[in-house]
Every structure is written in structure tokens, then in C-alpha cells.
Design a protein around this ligand. Structure first.
Ligand code: AMP
Ligand code: ZN
Ligand code: FE
Ligand code: FE
Length: 281
């Protein structure tokens, strides 16, 4: 029997994906996946809708992708199967989402000040859950100034440290690793080698994360070159981290398809065995 098809990192309209959670689980089943993780940015807001319409035969791993930083470099931490009612974690996620609103407003204000025809109301309308740069990018596409969402992520527009970019609150990643573990969850460092998104942290930081209790490393990700995947695979083995893979699906906001990259069954089994916050559904 062939192994399970496991995609451990996807987004819905609860953050900056374009597919509603209940549609995402249907599409995952149709794509032949056996396991899907829903990991919206800084929120568990899509969990209920995905769980309510879970197709028979698809397992749902409830998670979130948490905005973090280390040494002034932004990075993303995937947290899985944590207790969403853990007070300290829920409070931090709430603070991250709140900061994203004022930050997006600041970015829209900068665009308006330069005569770009976008409005805060329009961005607010596009964001059903956690607001993110892809919502501003969609407004820029609607204004006709950039052809696609991806084209807005440049230095001239809203790319990291770009002309209309604004900083948002981020958790220290070592604190976040410990906090998710305290809430019964497990953690995986998302796209650690995605250089296209800006500066990446050094391997010393990954070692520090491992020492703080990090469980896994996302090796197979659409933004990683083959060389980066090879290096991260070696590093994961050296540091005792579980290698994972995912599509980082965002619906129409990106071109990648569900299941484009997959997680080895052994890594999935071990992550689930370690988690004690909530069950796989
Ligand atoms: P934010 O979290 O608001 O800073 O926005 C960053 C998010 O935008 C990332 O998590 C990705 O989901 C998305 N993103 C980054 N680069 C691109 C790109 N080139 N094309 C489409 N989406 C992107
Ligand atoms: Zn995203
Ligand atoms: Fe990410
Ligand atoms: Fe993501």
C-alpha cells in the first residue's frame, strides 16, 4: 500500500488564502490527500468550519502559522494540535492579529498618500479573518497597478522592506516554540530556506530552536531550491528534527496546488504522537 498523502501547511479565508475552510477540506479530499493541516496565519479561526465539513477519509490536523522573529529577521513557526483555549497562547495570537490591522492600515495610508487608488474599506472587505499583505496585494491588482498578487511583493510595492511595507508584531521564536509546547502542541519551522521572502536566519538559530524544543523542519516547500532542500534534510537529521513537506496552499493568491509537496508518514506519525493539545480529526 502506498504511503499516506500528507500536506501539512495550507491557508484558507481565515487568513490570506482564497478558499473557505469548508471548501478547502473538500478540495483536499478531491486532490487525493489523506491528511491536511489547516495553518492560517496567527489564528485558529478556521478550525471549526473545516472540522464541521470534513469529508470521510480525510484527516484534519488543526494548526496555525505564527508570526515570529529572531535577530530582527522575520520567520514563520507552524504550531500543530495545540489547545486553542490555552490563555497565554490565545492572548499572543490575538495580539498578533490586532497588530496586523494597524499595520495594514498604515500601509494603505502610505499608498493613498502617493495617490494609489486603494482604500482601507476595500482591504477590510477582502479580509475575512487575519488581515495580511496578500489582501493589500489584491486591492492593488483590482486597481490595475499590478498584474498579479505575486507582483505586489517587490521593493516598489509591499515586498519586505519595500516602499509601502510596514512592520508588524512578531513573537520571539524561542518563546513561541516554548509557548506552543506549553499548550500541548508541536512545532515546525516553516520554509526556513525561503530566501525569496527576505533574509533568512542562520543554522545557529535553527539549532537554538531545536534546543528550545522545536519538533520539525519544513524541508520540502515550494519556495526552496533543490539545493536548499538537500541541505535542510541533512540539517534536520543532524539536529534530530522531523523533516516535513507542504504546498503552503493559498488558493488563487498563489499558483501552487494542494499536495504539491508532502510530509513523510514517519514524521507525521511522530508529530501526532508527541502532541497532546487537541486530537487529529
Ligand atoms: P504578511 O504575513 O501580512 O506579512 O504577508 C506575508 C504573506 O504573503 C506570506 O505569508 C505569504 O502568504 C504571502 N506572500 C509572500 N510572498 C508572496 C508572493 N510572492 N506571492 C504571493 N503571496 C506571497
Ligand atoms: Zn500566507
Ligand atoms: Fe509562511
Ligand atoms: Fe504559509
Amino acid at each position: 500500500m502506498p504511503g499516506l498523502k500528507i500536506d501539512l501547511h495550507t491557508h484558507s479565508t481565515a487568513s490570506d488564502g482564497t478558499t473557505p475552510p469548508e471548501v478547502l477540506v473538500r478540495e483536499a479530499a478531491d486532490a487525493g490527500l489523506d491528511v491536511l493541516a489547516l495553518t492560517d496565519h496567527d489564528t485558529t479561526g478556521g478550525w471549526e468550519r473545516a472540522a464541521a465539513d470534513l469529508p470521510a477519509g480525510l484527516r484534519l490536523v488543526r494548526g496555525a502559522e505564527i508570526s515570529c522573529s529572531r535577530n530582527g529577521i522575520s520567520l514563520h513557526l507552524l504550531g500543530y494540535l495545540f489547545d486553542p483555549t490555552h490563555a497565554a497562547l490565545a492572548e499572543r495570537l490575538d495580539a498578533l492579529r490586532t497588530s496586523r490591522i494597524s499595520r495594514a492600515e498604515r500601509m494603505v495610508d502610505m499608498l493613498i498618500a502617493d495617490g494609489v487608488p486603494v482604500s482601507w474599506g476595500q482591504v477590510r472587505e477582502l479580509a475575512d479573518g487575519t488581515v495580511g499583505r496578500p489582501h493589500i496585494a489584491q486591492a492593488l491588482v483590482a486597481s490595475g497597478l499590478v498584474p498579479t498578487v505575486a507582483d505586489a511583493f517587490t521593493r516598489d510595492w509591499i515586498g519586505t522592506h519595500g516602499r509601502y511595507w510596514g512592520a508588524k508584531l512578531e513573537l520571539d521564536v524561542l518563546d513561541a516554540v516554548r509557548l506552543v509546547a506549553e499548550a500541548g502542541g508541536v512545532t515546525v519551522f516553516a520554509h526556513p530556506g525561503a530566501a525569496s521572502r527576505g533574509r533568512i536566519v542562520g543554522e545557529d538559530v535553527i539549532a537554538d530552536m531545536a534546543a528550545a524544543g522545536l519538533d520539525g523542519l519544513e524541508v520540502d516547500h515550494p519556495d526552496h531550491t533543490p539545493e536548499m532542500r538537500a541541505r535542510l534534510g541533512v540539517l534536520a537529521a543532524e539536529l534530530g528534527l522531523l523533516p516535513t513537506g507542504s504546498s503552503d496552499f493559498h488558493g488563487a493568491n498563489k499558483t501552487v496546488r494542494l499536495g504539491a509537496h508532502l510530509t513523510p508518514e514517519a514524521s507525521y506519525d511522530e508529530l501526532v504522537a508527541r502532541a497532546k493539545g487537541v486530537e487529529v480529526l
